[in-house]
Design a protein around this ligand. Sequence first.
Ligand code: ADP
Length: 186
Amino acid sequence: MAATAAQKRRKMANNSPRIGLYPGSFDPPTNGHLDIIRRATRVVNKLIVGVAINPSKDAMFTLEERIQIVRDEIAAINQGLTAKVEVRSLEGLLMHYARNVGASCIIRGLRAVSDFDYEFQMTGMNARIAPEIETVFLMASENHQFISSRLVKEVGILGGDISSFVSPRVARMLKKRIAERNAATR
Ligand code: ADP
């Protein structure tokens, strides 16, 4: 019996090096994101961090800035990650993009139960679109689990201390951007 297109794709995915795609807005990348990136490189041979072109409406950084910040963060960790991780812009339908880059799995980070409902729906839909690509959920370490880019921005805007949520470099960039925005609206 002739193999179906899905069977052929699954076979190809099984034979090739395991490429993972970690999609997100990374506006800005937090210690939680970096924790997931570090963990993901233990599961896949190569990790593509896909920086979404359209972040949420309250975006602080442009696509180019976010890509550069994620690259710099990975270079700064410098635990052999740069050789395994590639940072690219992500456009179009996630699963089509995943297929185009040859990913065999999507990496997602799970925080509290609050992430579950959304992830559950998205994973179900994605599995219909590309059944040969698995979604793998990873959890950040306990002290990074509650961090979200949205809250980091909120705390930063209100003048709070964000130093335990993001790297010193990201904290500096965020503070600068918030100051620029405040100056522009004054
Ligand atoms: P956020 O949800 O913080 O705005 P993204 O949209 O960039 O960030 O998230 C991309 C992926 O990273 C999602 O799978 C998200 O659940 C995961 N993630 C973000 N922060 C954390 C964290 N602190 N721990 C685990 N996973 C995380």
